[in-house]
Write a protein that binds this ligand. Structure first.
Ligand code: THU
Length: 132
């Protein structure tokens, strides 16, 4: 793990404290690294209408996009669990949209797993499938 990877995990842990999760009580934090070097964090934001819930990964990605950073180099996600917490399927599709190549998953015990975009979502549907 690089120093930047460690900073990403630290930021994901920090913003996890802001998670709005009154229904699941499962707090998740995420952070992404923009090509500028800026780091953007996000937490999960739940809703009484459960399906409207936004995962931490998507919150972090949308923070970066809203700041004008579409070139995202890495994403970290942190939650409490027996092993590093993987992004859900919906988040994997958003990670594929922005072609985030490097995914770090961690838990509060600092177990870390690193995977590539190709590993977490092989044969992803992207804009390339609509050209032609
Ligand atoms: N959640 C995330 O924020 N990211 C994940 O990778 C897995 C799930 C959230 C959604 C919901 O608020 C809670 O965790 C339980 O599913």
């Amino acid at each position: 793990m690089t120093d930047v990877d460690k900073r990403l995990i630290a930021e994901a842990k920090r913003v996890r404290e802001f998670a709005y999760c009154p229904y699941s009580h499962f707090a998740v934090g995420a952070a992404v690294l923009g090509a500028s070097g800026e780091i953007y964090g996000g937490c999960n934001v739940e809703n009484a209408s459960f399906s409207v819930t936004n995962c931490a990964e998507r919150t972090a990605i949308y923070q970066a996009i809203s700041a004008g950073e579409q070139d995202i180099l890495a994403l970290a996600v942190v939650a409490e669990g027996p092993s590093p917490v993987p992004p859900c399927g919906a988040c994997r599709q958003v990670i594929a949209e922005f072609r985030i190549p490097h995914i770090l998953m961690a838990n509060l015990a600092d177990d870390v797993k690193e995977m590539t975009l190709e590993e977490i979502l092989p044969e992803a549907f992207t804009d390339e499938n609509m050209n032609g």
